[in-house]
Design a protein around this ligand. Sequence first.
Ligand SMILES: Cc1cc2nc3c(=O)[nH]c(=O)nc-3n(C[C@H](O)[C@H](O)[C@H](O)COP(=O)(O)O)c2cc1C
Length: 402
Amino acid sequence: MSAPVDAPGPDVRAPDTVPLGPPPADPPPALRIEDYRHRARRRLDARVWDFVQGGAGSERTLRANRRAFARVTLRPRVLVDVAACDTGTELLGARLATPVGVAPTAYHRLLHPDGEVATALGAGAAGALYVVSVFASRTLEEIAAEATGPLWLQLYWLRRREILAGLVERAAAAGYRALVLTLDAPQLGRRHRDARNGFAIPSGISAVNLDAALMASAHRSDAGRSALAVHTAEAVDPSVTWADLAWLRGRSELPLVLKGVLTAEDAVLAVEHGADAIVVSNHGGRQLDGAPASLDALAEVVDAVGAAGCPVLFDGGVRSGTDAFAALALGARAVLLGRPVLWGLAADGAAGVAGVLGLATEELAHTMALTGRPALPAVDRSAVARGAAAGTAAGTAPGTGL
Ligand SMILES: Cc1cc2nc3c(=O)[nH]c(=O)nc-3n(C[C@H](O)[C@H](O)[C@H](O)COP(=O)(O)O)c2cc1C
């Protein structure tokens, strides 16, 4: 006998109807770096958001940085003892709990009132390296006083060399452990979002390590122009060449790291001119639009200088520990995060920075376990294959999540 049509059948919706209790009062913990991006966006002024997220020109290189990760697949090995996975590494004499560090980014007080001091606290909590930008909005000494992990200072080559020389001296006195010279910005990239917004640094925030007179133009808003582009043209010397590096080397005993190398030719020149390390970077797609994705340039640079023993760092488009794993497998000794750290800072200050770096490190350790590579020396090229884009495996569709 068949059941009447209105008789209750088996309740196929039962799993959905189990009472779950009230939703948690606090926002759920961030599970992915991406969660910090959403939180930051809600908190930030639209012009600051554009400054952080934007790239140069058509933003083709910005997008390429992410797409390159979608072409990497991982090659897992099984029956390897992964009971303990060690993300620890050593870089220019410093022991680090994680190979994931903080890339130099300017004006952290745009993101959080404590600015770079919060970033230093977050990086220290995660056991990570922090590369402080010369355009920091807290003094080098304030940052160093709070930092619990290693700090490096990033520089642009300023026209006024006496200012550069003064910064180098202050960095050494405050305990910074290396100088990072950024090479890919003799002019500022054509960042249309900032030009459209007439973006300028608000008057309450400034690059306090530099002369106020030198920085004046960075605060002057002008429709259709980026104040930062005007300022760079005034302040940065576009005429420097490899031969000038000897001048900087002669000013400091600190190791010299060269950031913004994308070709084997320049990598070889960097080593010939005494670089202690290189950062493969296209400035997060903010400088030369049309430059290769950082990840696509990495192996070429590693192959050019690996024999010379020059460590190669990497930045550009890393949004997870899996991405970090891919860059490490392709030869990077360490991986730096730019925008994700700013998202963490905007979302939750020092705790957000520590959260972003901690998530990346946890995901890296997890990926090491599931690929059967329990220590970083085992994270080598045998761990990755590169081919056509695997859907949106790197996490985001074009135009989102950058
Ligand atoms: C808002 C912002 C400011 C930046 N400021 C600097 C800087 O002052 N000096 C520098 O060498 N690079 C700077 N960069 C580039 C980063 O060091 C890094 O190369 C890039 O952000 C890495 O890409 P990612 O953001 O995809 O991680 C900046 C990047 C962003 C997003």
